[in-house]
Design a protein around this ligand. Structure first.
Ligand code: SAM
Ligand code: SF4
Length: 348
């Protein structure tokens, strides 16, 4: 039951009341997984030689762009103002550029960001910029072409590298996401930190998470952010940047090299320093299910409600309920059994 008047003109300060969860967090950031398909097969996400039956959704199982626009409009009307498009690979979904252009016209949506593997960026960067995206997270776990192929199953390193270049030249604010994996790319962490200095892009190291029932995660491949930080502190001085803590879950540092050159590196530590107390996210999976926590499998079937002819108020009520059901935090450190969802459907 609503405890406040609906009239926004008389109660503008309560616009976001629907977004506050039971732990006083304001859930203002929506992540949409546009598809669970991808043009890469990262071995920790959707391995090509998958023998465990990783199913991909059929087109009719995905929410249509019209359906997504309706949901985003309702979420924005509730006060959400930031959106991230992810996947699978969002750029492989047909019509994505026209969809983004329509999203960009939604009044009250301040920012649309995109997470991509970069394979299609060189050809799509300009159109993406025109459609309204300004900030890109590009995932790249290695700068060695052979290793790239070993991790992703596909020989596309040079395409991604070119995509990063074109994205920068187009004027995007680019961040590189590196999943830190012991025994896989640990000999490149320092090179990535140097790249942050040389290229002027923020490089963010993500702790490897045990997501998905067929995850290749094991204790031996996990490396904590603090161990990583120690490795990088050997080549330069790391100083925490004030105010950056709230820029999503990354703790961001300036890195000053002995020659005085500076760069920015971030650490995303869902396992060792989880950021659940400040989490402001809600996810809509590519299967059309609302998910309040990346690392908890509880989901609400928004697609079913939507396709049963629900009114905007009914959809809004389900979003509200999912926010209220958002768990206080994850318990991965003690229990890995609560996250068997597919990363490509959830969207990271
Ligand atoms: N295909 C796009 C990409 O790779 O950027 C977007 C989707 S992908 C699922 C989003 C992010 O999740 C990527 O940066 C990817 O590296 C990261 N990711 C996937 N599985 C992960 C895991 N088990 N632990 C940490 N990060 C993971
Ligand atoms: Fe594709 Fe991204 Fe998953 Fe890699 S991490 S398989 S690029 S969705």
């Amino acid at each position: 039951m609503k405890k406040y008047p609906m009239n926004k003109d008389t109660q503008p300060n309560l616009k976001n009341a629907d977004l506050v969860d039971t732990f006083s967090r304001t859930i203002s950031y929506l992540r949409l997984s546009l598809t669970d398909r991808c043009n890469l097969h990262c071995r920790y996400c959707m391995p090509e030689d998958d023998t465990k039956g990783l199913e991909v959704l059929q087109h009719e199982d995905l929410l249509s762009y019209e359906e997504l626009l309706r949901i985003v409009s309702i979420a924005v009307d509730m006060g959400m103002n930031k959106l991230r498009l992810t996947g699978g690979e969002p750029l492989v979904r047909k019509g994505v550029l026209a969809f983004i252009a329509r999203l960009a016209k939604i009044d009250g949506l301040d920012e649309i960001r995109l997470t991509t593997n970069g394979v299609l960026l060189a050809e799509k960067a300009e159109a993406l910029y025109e459609a309204g995206i300004r900030k890109l997270n590009i995932s790249l776990d290695t700068m060695r072409p052979e290793r790239f192929k070993a991790i992703t199953g596909v020989d596309r390193f040079h395409k991604v590298w070119q995509g990063i270049d074109v994205a920068e030249k187009t004027g995007f604010d680019v961040k590189l996401n590196v999943v830190a994996m012991q025994g896989v790319n640990d000999d490149e962490f320092v090179d990535f930190a140097k790249l942050a200095v040389e290229k002027g892009v923020e490089v963010r190291f993500i702790e490897f998470m045990p997501v998905g029932s067929d995850s290749t995660w094991d204790e031996a491949s996990y490396i904590s952010s603090s161990d990583l930080q120690e490795m990088i502190a050997k080549i330069g001085v790391l100083e925490p940047l004030e105010g950056c803590r709230m820029d999503g879950p990354a703790r961001v540092y300036s890195l000053t090299m002995p020659d005085g050159k500076k760069g920015r590196v971030g650490f995303i530590s869902p396992i060792s320093h989880h950021f659940c107390d400040t989490c402001n996210r809600l996810r809509l999976t590519s299967a059309g299910r609302l998910r309040a926590c990346l690392l908890h499998d509880e989901e609400a079937d928004l697609k079913k409600l939507l396709r049963s002819g629900a009114t905007d108020n009914e959809l809004r009520a389900l979003i509200r309920q999912t926010i209220l059901d958002k768990p206080k935090g994850h318990t991965l450190a003690d229990d890995q059994a609560n996250c068997s969802g597919q990363m490509s459907r959830i969207g990271g």
